[in-house]
Design a protein around this ligand. Structure first.
Ligand code: GLV
Ligand code: MN
Ligand code: MN
Length: 417
């Protein structure tokens, strides 16, 4: 029988917190959070700091051609596949200090705690930083883990453009993080991701740990509406081809569609680009992205079909051109029952309050689940607030989830001795 962790096994919560605060100094935001968007100079600096910490902890780095970072602690069995633990260091333009970063640095803290206690495992442990999870600068989200899982191609990823027209491939090269490993060539024994909840449920239920059983699926639909640029003062109302009005009606319709699919569906618009974006010019072009999500496949796809049909009708009635491109998608995910049970047992053994939860946000774990048994652990965040510089968690919450991560990882990687 494999040795089990002792009942008092814990990570060093102060050390984890210190790492989080140190990383947050790189790419500070304007309101206490972070702007460390993917493939910026700040992203490169954050990567270098993480690399240094990992190498100080005795880990060996591998980097693939998507810039994904894999930091390995060897196991005792040369044939055993590694247990991966990861998330992302990139942030939203007005992001918090914990979304993604917690999962990467908690992986490192797990390894540091194992080093302190001289724990050996049969399977290697690989702490991972996935490139461009956020999708804020380059759509879609979870771009590099999507290529790793074989769902997206590297050519597609390299050609993705930001709002300034710069492409992913050139920017990855510019910051110096194109590695030499073929993407997806690594095989995983299991994948764990620890993340803040980014919603209000755990805090409201006074639970320390979210045992994540599923992740809801998503469509990002990018609309390009074509109207006619014209003077806002001198163009009579019945002469207008108003792409802005079409956008407003579509936004209202998306709200209605999501409300008609309660419970369990969400829909909204987070990004809009008006052209020419001048106060007294009716827009000639409006580009915006509708984000719809649901844990139920039928509801998700039903919402998409209805939105596309009704948007076509809205635009036809206004004489506005409408084209729609799906720029992001994943199906709802069911996480691996054995790993989910291991997380729940770890929380129970530690005496932490816990509950099952469905992830509302997308995560690299959703793509990892395509190629390996995968699961997630969540901790609460204050007021459920995330994708906001005011995102906050407590040190105790952070370290409780990391304790659970340590135990679940050790059970899966199998302690030797
Ligand atoms: C990723 O952060 C998402 O959009 O869920
Ligand atoms: Mn995240
Ligand atoms: Mn995020």
């Amino acid at each position: 029988m494999t040795a089990q962790p002792g009942t008092n096994l814990r990570v060093n919560g102060d050390r984890l917190w210190d790492m989080l605060m140190e990383m947050a100094k790189i790419g500070p935001g304007i309101a206490g959070g972070n702007n460390r968007q993917t493939l910026t100079d700040e992203d490169a600096e954050g990567r270098r700091l993480f690399q240094r910490w990992c190498e100080d902890a005795g880990l060996t780095m591998g980097v693939d051609t998507m810039g994904n970072m894999f930091m390995t602690r060897p196991g005792t069995d040369p044939d055993a596949l590694p247990v991966y633990v990861g998330s992302h260091l990139d942030t939203q333009p007005t992001g918090g200090k914990y979304d993604g970063v917690l999962g990467v640095l908690a992986g490192l803290e797990v390894v540091r705690s194992m080093n302190d206690l001289n724990i050996k495992t049969k399977h290697p442990i690989v702490v991972t930083n996935w490139t461009n999870e956020e999708g804020a600068r380059f759509a879609p989200a979870m771009l590099a883990s999507g290529v790793f899982a074989g769902v997206l191609t590297q050519d597609y990823a390299y050609a993705r453009k930001d709002m300034e027209g710069k492409n992913f491939g050139d920017e990855l090269k510019r910051i110096g993080w194109v590695g030499d490993e073929e993407v997806g060539s690594r095989k995983m024994h299991a994948y764990f991701e620890y993340h803040i909840e980014q919603g209000p449920i755990l805090e409201a239920e006074e639970k320390q740990i979210g045992v994540v059983t599923h992740c809801q699926g998503l469509w990002w639909l990018e609309f390009t509406l074509t109207g006619k640029e014209a003077h806002t003062g001198s163009t009579p109302m019945n002469h207008r081809v108003n792409a802005g009005l079409a956008m407003a009606r579509i936004m209202e319709m998306v709200q209605t569609v999501a409300m008609d699919n309660q419970p369990g569906c969400v829909g909204g618009v987070g990004q809009v680009k008006f052209s020419p974006n001048s106060r007294n010019v009716l827009p000639g072009t409006v580009i915006f992205t509708v984000d719809i999500r649901s844990p139920e496949q039928a509801k998700l796809d039903g919402m998409r079909a209805r939105i596309e049909k009704e948007a076509g009708e809205i635009c036809a009635a206004l004489g506005v051109g409408c084209s729609i491109e799906a720029v992001g998608h994943f199906d709802p995910v069911t996480f691996d029952p054995t790993l989910v049970a291991s997380v729940r047992k770890a929380a129970e053994d530690l005496g932490y309050s816990h509950m099952n939860i469905i992830s509302g946000a997308g995560h690299d774990a959703c793509w990892a689940a395509k190629v390996a048994p995968a699961t997630m652990i969540m901790c609460p965040c204050v007021g459920g607030l995330s994708h906001n510089e005011a995102e906050e968690i407590s040190k105790d919450w952070a370290s409780a989830g990391c304790d659970v991560l340590l135990r679940a990882v050790l059970e899966t990687a199998e302690i030797v001795g």
